[in-house]
Design a protein around this ligand. Sequence first.
Ligand code: PHE
Length: 462
Amino acid sequence: MKEQQRSQWASKLGFVLAAAGSAVGLGNIWKFPGKVAAYGGGAFILCYLAIVALIGLPVMLAELSIGRATQKNVVGAFRQLDRRWSFAGGIGVVTLFVIMSYYSVVGGWVLKYVWVYLTGADFGAGPDRYSAFFSGFISQPLQPLVWAAAFLALCIYVVVRGVSGGIERVSKVLMPCLFLLLIAVALRAVTLPGAGEGLRFLFSVQPGSLTGDTLVGALGQAFFSLSVGMGIMITYGSYVPKNDDLFKSAASICALDTLVALLSAAAIVPVVFVTLGQEGLGMGGGFAFMALPEVFAKMPGGRLFGLFFFVLLFLAALTSAISILESCTAFLIEEFHLSRLKATGLLALPLMLLGAGYSLSQAGGRGINLPWFDFSAGFQWLPMNAVMEKFTDNLMIPLGALCFCLFVGWVWGTKNAAREIGPQGGKPFPLARPWGVAVRFAAPLVILVILYFTLGKGQGLS
Ligand code: PHE
């Protein structure tokens, strides 16, 4: 690549919406409501809010400041500040790559559901038709991969068009659409008869539900949902002009992300609760794909709301996936001097291959019967889907976040970072002190606690 002027966001709002687009994703709409339900409602929400403010926001600021100070990709940024810490950037790139591979597969499922709702919402017959439809679909060998490829192609299309011409432009249109759709779905949901009971379950703190598990669950969810711990915010921060105030932007990003998570929970948990009872809430990851279609089928105008919902989920997934792909792409462009098109093209095949492993291991590989190879035995031995999710969520993201905090707190120094957070030539960052304490002590400690719980107890990766 010839020496070019480095890309920048064209406007502050554009940056906030693009970063919020990264943060708001499947994690908010697909994972958060399920976790709230699983961890007993209000207690989880309280933990989550505290963690976002006290840990998530400080870590996000640490990442943004590294990015803006160096104007480099994840690995390049660390190399510039202190060569010995390049490995921290490397952890980020590996995490991003693995997440992107399975995010494309789940993005493909969402696209498929948009298609199903567009073409008549036919889920077949029988009492268990929704779950049978979903598990039938994801355990097919080829079809989910075709949808995943379509999803990945869309991401590549946007990323190739560049930072302000592609990502910023798309986010500025998609994010407001997402909000409007979500509000429409939430309004419909809370006005259904009986929704009050569900809302009460959601927001009341049941005695005994505030446990260590709730806390660890909330921590993992917060990092994933805010897109911190893997260097996305380093990449996005590297495109922020020097005269922007990073604190205001980071606070807006965290607030938007949390608002969407809460709205999604309010839209989803009560209706599922009312329509399917406690049992519906136990569906875990299949919440969106199995419980909700059943709910939509039971409510008047449900097909339209089903369509709205999956379009919403698709927009959220797309802007997140774009941020992941952009961060991997920026790494290849700058470290290996490739063009945007070449960099994304080079990523596509390995991403699809790893994604294929994730997709084929759904349902234990039982959907693929080849006469010469027993896939299900292989996938029973190595359940790739679960391993990939746990590897990133429980190990790599906390490890990345830990490295970023230790680096900013103890190596590069919170003074240098705090100087970067305030706008250049403007007022210094007023919360530099408490932020420094969070980055040097609170966040690393809390992250070590998560790592202990998930790995030390030997349950994290199996
Ligand atoms: N934050 C996104 C979500 O909530 C997911 C994500 C993870 C995005 C990692 C980028 C990187 O779904």
